[in-house]
Each structure stands twice: as structure tokens, then as C-alpha cells.
Design a protein around this ligand. Structure first.
Ligand SMILES: Cc1cc2nc3c(=O)[nH]c(=O)nc-3n(C[C@H](O)[C@H](O)[C@H](O)COP(=O)(O)OP(=O)(O)OC[C@H]3O[C@@H](n4cnc5c(N)ncnc54)[C@H](O)[C@@H]3O)c2cc1C
Length: 497
């Protein structure tokens, strides 16, 4: 690629969903835009690679809102509505483990049976039918003004309001609601969970894009380039230059400097503040806040190519208990807490959790004809935690568990690529490689979420580190939208540069 002209209105660091959404929208507003990506390939967590005719996601993704959420909003603002097609399948997911096996359906008419089956398999006593039903009803009908009141309270408090001291239901329903945020549900914001659950179940939009996860950032980045933005890959930003409290531009590896009136960083806040800008440029109170931010945990991943289609649902959500003598119907909140503690200590937990979308079931072109692609992950600690057992053992455990849940998996396996937590940390470039760099804990959402504007004129943070709301990729894209509005307004009002 040719060297871009110097002197940009906006330089954006990162091409994940935060950077690509923001980049496209500021370019649409007529700003001279530069987008920089350290990797050879764009997309961040939603990037991909190709192997033997399979197109494989770098991350492990399902998308909760399809075009109803921020992805649709970005396309509408760009004048390319529905360029991304979100697909659903008849059976969206098999939920299996802890003594139950349930199909999450696509169609609304199948939901009454889904709930009936759920109550039956969870053994919800008759006397709790009404309160548990009320919980599910409230989840999809609660007005947003009410939801906001739950922002600073954890998911377990919300669930306990309905199921009281029933620890089994607390463990199961809390786990279901907290799943979105890759943190323990007793730390996750109930407001954020209800808001996300209401949209995903109310609108029934859990889906996967035709063309794979990378289709989303690639549509945004193509639009940005079509609007005149320059995109440079293999360009790691090593410094955000600041003088007298005002951003000057960015320096990339090799020393080249790009002047810019505004800089948007989509790496983690700690990386931006302590590594790219330098803490001396921020007031102590701000530095202290960033130092104390909590991140989510992360995952070990395997990508499995199968020589034939052996699994029908769109995804597998499940868990396997290693101790065969343990009665899975007796899993309680305490067991779930113990499992999380084990992960935080770098130990393989007693329950191997599996989250495994099957991209080729949504879009068969992601695998050669007749073959199947499964992307799977299991929760693991961020790279600041030392593993007690080697990464390969975590992934062996995951594949063994999946082989039990998907009969014939190992027999039909063509290959299985493994990605440990260090790989993903290195790929996304965020310190210690969390799934969500500013976790959606009770004290880090809503009005307590870090702001997109910073104390430095012309410096903005977007992606999963600041602003936005919702589940992972959508949180990042929503933040990208918000950031673009702020940058455009600040530049128009002469507040920067
Ligand atoms: C295993 C896994 C499973 C997940 N599952 C889901 C899911 O099912 N559904 C969901 O919605 N979300 C999920 N998430 C979360 C979601 O992927 C992220 O929250 C979201 O995509 C983050 O977007 P982002 O734009 O903030 O950053 P990223 O996608 O991480 O992109 C950041 C980009 O910035 C680049 N970069 C960083 N530093 C520099 C630098 N110095 N110079 C240049 N470039 C730089 C990186 O290379 C990267 O491309 C999952 C995440 C993981 C890791």
C-alpha cells in the first residue's frame, strides 16, 4: 500500500468492531481518516484464517442482535442497510450439561415447549413455577427505565429476588444470565444482563453472519475505504504523541509519524494510558481509576474440521463434570463459585464449560462441500495468571468433553487447531488478553462506564474498553458509533486541533 498523505483529521488504532465501526462513520462524516492495524489481517477478535477450504474465525462468536443492534445501525448510517446478512438455523443451540439437554429454538411458536422442557428438566418444583415464570417474563418486558435501576446490582441478586434460596436455580439461571459477559455472574451487572437478554430473547435475534464473523468488520472497513479512509495493516502504533494536553498524532513501529487532530484508541485503557500515551499526561485521579479497572476472563479455543456434518444445531452450550461420581443435578451456586475460583488459580475446573458455535451450519460455504466446521472455547484465566496445568491439557479436556456431547466428533475429525490464551492476547494486543477489556461489572457499566472522551484534547477511547453497552462485539460497535458522534461534534465545534 502507498504511504498515505500526512495530516489526518482522525487516526484510529485497531480494526476490531470498535475501530472499524468508528472509522467508517467518521469517514462518512467527511473526515480525513487513517485506520491502523498491527496485524496482517483486519478484524481483531473477529478476524479469520483459511485452511484446506475452511474459513475459520480467530475468535469464537455468536451475535445476539443481528441487524437490530449496532451492526444494523452502522450499516444504515453508511447507507448500506442489510449488506451483512445474519443467519439463523431451526435449532439455534443445544444446551447440555448439569443433568439437562435442551434445544433453543429459532421460531417463537416453539418457545412454550422450550420453557416447559426447561422447567421439567431442571426439576423446578410446582410451587416455584409462578416465580420462575415471572422472572422470564420480566426479563423480556422490563422497561429500560426499570432495567437501569439494576445497573449497579449483580445478577445473583436479581435472580434471588425470584428463586430465593434455591441454590440450584440460582446457579443455573445466574449462569445463563451472566454468560454474556465472561465474568462470574455474582460480579456482572444485572442491568446490563437484563438489557441484553431482553433484546436477544425478545427480538429472537441470536444469529451468525453469512461469510463468517469477519464479514462485519470487513463491510465497515470497505465502506470506510470507499469513503476515502486510508487503512494500513502491519502498522503497530507504538506511541500516541501528546503535547500541552493536546493529541498530535501517532507513531508506528519503524518510527513513522502520522499527524492527526484526533486519535481513537481501541486497545485496552491500560495499554492506551500506560503504554501508548504515557501516564504523565493524565491526572492522578484518572490514572488511579484506569489502574483499578477490572477485566473479564478469556478462553482456550479449538477449531475443529470434520469430514462430514454430524451436528445439526447452530451451537453447543454446555458443561461436563469431570468427577463421574458427582450428580450433575446437584450443581449449586457454591459449585459454580468453586469452579470460577479454580480458573482464577490457573487450575482446570471440575466443570469444563463449552461454548461452541458451528459456523458452517449457518453458512455452508465456510467449509468444503459436505464438511463441518466447529469453533469452540472453554473459560480460562487471562495471561497474568500462571497455569497450573499446561494449556494443551485444558484443550484436551475440552475436546474430550465435546466428544461426549457430540458423538463421533473425534472419529470424524480432520484436524483440530488449538489457540491458547497467549495467542489471543497477542492477536488482540490488549494487556493479558481478556475477552472484554473493561468488564461489565456492577461498577463499570451505565453511568460508571469509562467515558469515550479523555482528559487529553483530541484523544478518545472506543471498543470494549469505554462507552457502549450490550454483548462483546455489539458493545464494541455501539461504542464505535458513540465515539464517531463525539469526534465529529468536537471537530465541528473547534474543541480540538
Ligand atoms: C474467545 C472469545 C469469544 C468471544 N465470544 C463472543 C461472542 O460470542 N459474542 C460477542 O458478541 N462477543 C464475544 N467476544 C467478545 C468480543 O469479541 C470483543 O469484546 C469485541 O470484539 C472487541 O472489539 P474491539 O473493537 O474492542 O477490539 P478487538 O476486536 O480486540 O480489536 C482490537 C484491534 O486493535 C488492534 N491493536 C491493538 N493494539 C494496537 C496497536 N498498538 N497498534 C495497532 N493496532 C492495535 C488489534 O490488533 C485488534 O485488531 C469474545 C471474545 C473472545 C476473545
Amino acid at each position: 500500500m502507498e504511504n498515505p498523505k500526512s495530516g489526518y483529521d482522525v487516526a484510529i488504532i485497531g480494526t476490531g468492531l470498535g475501530g472499524s465501526a468508528c472509522g467508517a462513520l467518521v469517514a462518512k462524516a467527511g473526515l480525513k481518516t487513517l485506520i491502523l492495524e498491527k496485524n496482517e489481517r483486519t478484524g481483531g477478535s473477529c478476524s479469520y484464517y483459511e485452511k484446506d477450504g475452511f474459513k475459520v474465525d480467530i475468535g469464537t462468536h455468536m451475535f445476539t442482535r443481528g441487524n437490530r443492534g449496532p451492526f444494523g445501525e452502522v450499516q444504515r448510517r453508511l447507507g448500506i442497510p442489510n449488506r451483512i446478512q445474519f443467519k439463523q438455523v431451526h435449532d439455534l443451540a443445544l444446551m447440555q450439561g448439569g443433568g439437562y439437554s435442551l434445544i433453543l429454538p429459532k421460531e417463537a411458536y416453539r418457545y412454550p415447549y422450550f420453557y416447559y422442557d426447561l422447567y421439567r428438566q431442571l426439576g423446578i418444583p410446582l410451587k416455584e413455577f409462578v416465580t420462575v415464570s415471572k422472572l422470564f417474563y420480566d426479563l423480556v418486558t422490563m422497561p429500560d427505565s426499570e432495567i437501569e435501576k439494576w445497573d449497579e446490582r449483580p445478577v445473583d441478586e436479581f435472580v434471588a429476588k425470584y428463586v430465593g434460596k434455591n441454590l440450584r436455580l440460582l446457579g443455573y439461571l445466574g449462569g445463563l444470565l451472566g454468560l454474556f459477559f465472561v465474568i462470574p455472574f455474582w460480579e456482572a451487572s444485572a442491568g446490563e444482563a437484563i438489557w441484553s437478554y431482553k433484546r436477544m430473547f425478545g427480538e429472537r435475534t441470536l444469529s451468525y453472519p453469512r461469510g463468517g464473523a469477519h464479514r462485519i468488520p470487513s463491510v465497515f472497513l470497505e465502506a470506510a475505504q470507499g469513503l476515502g479512509a486510508d487503512l494500513l495493516t502491519q502498522s503497530r502504533v507504538t506511541k500516541i504523541r501528546v503535547e500541552n494536553g493536546q493529541v498530535q498524532g501517532v507513531e508506528i513501529e519503524g518510527g513513522k509519524f502520522f499527524p492527526a487532530r484526533a486519535v481513537v484508541s481501541t486497545t485496552s485503557l491500560r495499554d492506551s494510558v500506560f503504554h501508548l500515551v504515557g501516564e504523565q499526561h493524565f491526572p492522578e485521579v484518572y490514572r488511579e481509576k484506569v489502574r483499578k479497572l477490572k477485566k473479564s476472563i478469556i478462553a482456550f479455543q479449538v477449531k475443529i474440521a470434520l469430514d462430514r456434518k454430524i451436528f445439526e444445531p447452530g451451537a453447543l452450550f454446555g458443561g461436563r463434570i469431570r468427577d463421574k461420581n458427582f450428580d450433575p443435578t446437584q450443581v449449586t451456586l457454591e459449585e459454580v463459585k468453586k469452579g470460577y475460583q479454580e480458573i482464577m488459580e490457573g487450575k482446570i475446573p471440575q466443570v469444563t464449560m463449552i461454548y461452541a458455535p458451528v459456523p458452517s451450519n449457518f453458512d455452508p460455504s465456510l467449509a468444503p462441500p459436505g464438511k463441518q466446521l466447529i469453533t469452540a472455547c472453554t473459560a480460562g484465566p487471562t495471561t497474568d495468571v500462571e497455569l497450573e496445568e499446561p494449556a494443551d491439557k485444558w484443550m484436551d479436556e475440552m475436546v474430550d468433553a465435546m466428544d461426549e456431547m457430540i458423538p463421533g466428533l473425534k472419529k470424524h475429525m480432520m484436524w483440530c487447531d488449538r489457540f491458547d490464551t497467549k495467542f489471543i492476547a497477542n492477536w488482540i494486543g490488549k494487556e493479558f488478553g481478556p475477552a472484554i477489556s473493561t468488564a461489565q461489572t456492577v461498577d463499570q457499566v451505565g453511568k460508571n462506564r469509562p467515558l469515550i472522551r479523555t482528559p487529553i484534547r483530541g484523544l478518545y477511547f472506543a471498543g470494549d474498553c469505554a462507552g457502549g453497552r450490550g454483548v462483546g462485539t455489539e458493545l464494541a460497535a455501539q461504542s464505535g458509533i458513540e465515539c464517531s458522534e463525539i469526534v465529529v461534534a468536537d471537530l465541528a465545534h473547534g474543541l480540538i486541533g
